[in-house]
Ligand binder design. Structure first.
Ligand code: SF4
Ligand code: SF4
Length: 465
């Protein structure tokens, strides 16, 4: 991770970061983004520890492409904190922030039925602290101040299914103005509790399970999760598949541990009708994780693995920067059709005009590519959760909140969409005070909407609430 390089090829820009050597989160240090051998580094200048350089992208060409995808920001409707100490000490959300919450996280408990080695919250059995319904209503109130019609609320923890009132909470949030609701879970309760699954079935339509997954291997799961979770994952997926409950599987990636499994995990996911996509998340330094040099991996490295994998159909042009936070989120969408129990994927992202994606002109027409139109119409149907949302919106649909709205081909629906997302968070090692202002994942507390990364870094503890 740290490269004691004194030379580089290109100076890109000046910014601010934290020194990961002394770990001082109370003082920002000056930093430069520089390029060396087609890789991008953040070069930090700490008055105490001296200079250090950290690789933040393995691929300068892609890093440059990210800047090409920058779009006009969708700002929060209202700031909740004043500019007082400066970024990132004013989270949030303060008037400096340049993105609205695409994803609003509601942490409803510190309790967990696992004790993962990589837990960002340091959750474990016995911690308790279940949030009351009243606190959750306050979180919703806070979110609606910032975003009156949120795209997505994710219920998280700790392990949210340990909360005694989890069903009540899900129902409450399902009725909120948010378009979609997600349950972030390790899958244990889904695997073991059929009555709970019955309740999830009732939430279908704008509801999705965000299932921790990580690996197909025993040893890797023991490394990441301190437990062999293979049986639990398979049992949970069996039930989700049986009831066709929309599911995204989530893979925390550690270099040298499970990065080589990425192609197999994509292949595995294609065997399930209920799996709408995969989120790959480079491990970050937070909670119980000390992200040492040898297992850090960046977004561009995961992207390279996916586009080099010849088993999946995604090419470089299909896995593109998400315009609202291009350096931190990469996405690929495909139209999906199950055939003999295996998803046939037709990548869509590379076929959409880049200008339309960036400018969000409101309507993207596909007339130029009749094959594409036919493919979309042939493969996507309206009888799904996403289809219902489309009908509700009359003419518009959104594959992802930051994607352009477009006139939906008649048969388009969520069940026939497969997406790959690479989502990289900031930590003390890769922190860049420019990029943090674009973060679109927010932790919602009863009084604040705090970018997920700064929340996890613990900056909040000193300056907020
Ligand atoms: S990260 Fe965003 S909300 Fe937090 S202080 Fe910086 S600009 Fe404000
Ligand atoms: S990562 Fe999730 S499942 Fe693991 S200990 Fe933390 S909250 Fe529990």
């Amino acid at each position: 991770m740290a490269h004691n390089l004194n030379d580089y090829d290109i100076f890109l820009n000046a910014t601010q970061s934290f020194c990961h050597k002394c770990g001082n989160l109370e003082k920002l240090v000056d930093a430069h983004n520089v390029v060396k051998d087609n890789k991008v580094y953040i070069r930090k200048f700490c008055p105490e520890c001296g200079e250090s350089m950290v690789k933040i992208s393995n691929d300068y060409s892609y890093y440059k492409l990210c800047d090409d995808y920058l779009k006009k920001p969708d700002l929060p409707e209202r700031a909740l904190t004043p500019v007082k100490y400066g970024c990132p000490y004013d989270c949030g959300v303060c008037p400096q922030h340049q993105n609205h919450p695409c994803l609003a996280l509601f942490n409803i408990t510190d309790e967990c039925n696992m004790k993962c080695n990589i837990c960002y919250y340091q959750a474990e059995p016995g911690l308790g602290n279940h949030r009351s319904i009243n606190e959750i209503e306050q979180m919703l109130e806070t979110l609606l101040k910032v975003e009156s019609q949120p795209d997505l609320i994710q219920v998280t923890g700790g392990e949210p299914t340990t909360h005694p009132e989890i069903v009540k909470i899900l129902k409450l949030l399902k009725k909120s103005p948010a378009r979609h609701l997600m349950l972030n879970t390790n899958g244990i309760r889904i695997a073991e509790d059929d009555e709970f699954v019955d309740e999830l079935i009732k939430l279908k339509g704008g509801f999705e399970v965000y299932l921790q997954f990580d690996s197909l291997k025993e040893e890797t799961l023991k490394d990441i999760r301190a437990r062999d979770m293979r049986d639990i994952r398979l049992k949970a997926l069996e039930k989700l598949e049986k009831h066709n409950i929309s599911t995204t599987i989530v893979v925390v990636v550690k270099k040298g541990l499970n990065d080589s499994e990425i192609p197999d995990i994509i292949e595995f996911a294609r065997g399930y009708r209920c799996i709408r996509g995969i989120v790959f998340q480079p491990v970050q330094e937070a909670g119980r994780v000390i992200a040492e040099d040898d297992f850090r991996i960046d977004l561009s490295e995961i992207r390279e693995i996916i586009i080099d994998d010849k088993k999946n159909p995604f090419e470089a042009e299909d896995l593109i920067p998400l315009p609202c936070d291009p350096h931190k989120i990469g996405v690929a969408y495909a139209a999906k059709q199950m055939k003999d129990g295996f998803a046939q994927l037709n990548p869509v992202t590379g076929k959409l005009p880049k200008e339309a994606i960036i400018e969000q002109r409101g309507t993207v027409t596909f007339e130029q590519d009749r094959d594409f139109v036919n493919m979309v119409v042939d493969t996507i149907s309206l009888d799904t959760a996403f289809g219902e949302a489309i009908v509700k919106d009359k003419i518009k649909s959104k594959l992802f909140c930051c994607w352009p709205s477009f006139l939906s081909p008649k048969d388009m629906g969520y069940e026939h969409v497969f997406r790959i997302v690479i989502m990289e968070f900031s930590d003390i090692v890769n922190f860049d005070s420019t990029q943090i202002k674009r973060e679109c994942n927010f932790m919602i507390t009863p009084k604040r909407a705090i970018p997920f990364s700064t929340y996890n870094m613990g900056i909040k503890e000193e300056y907020q609430e």
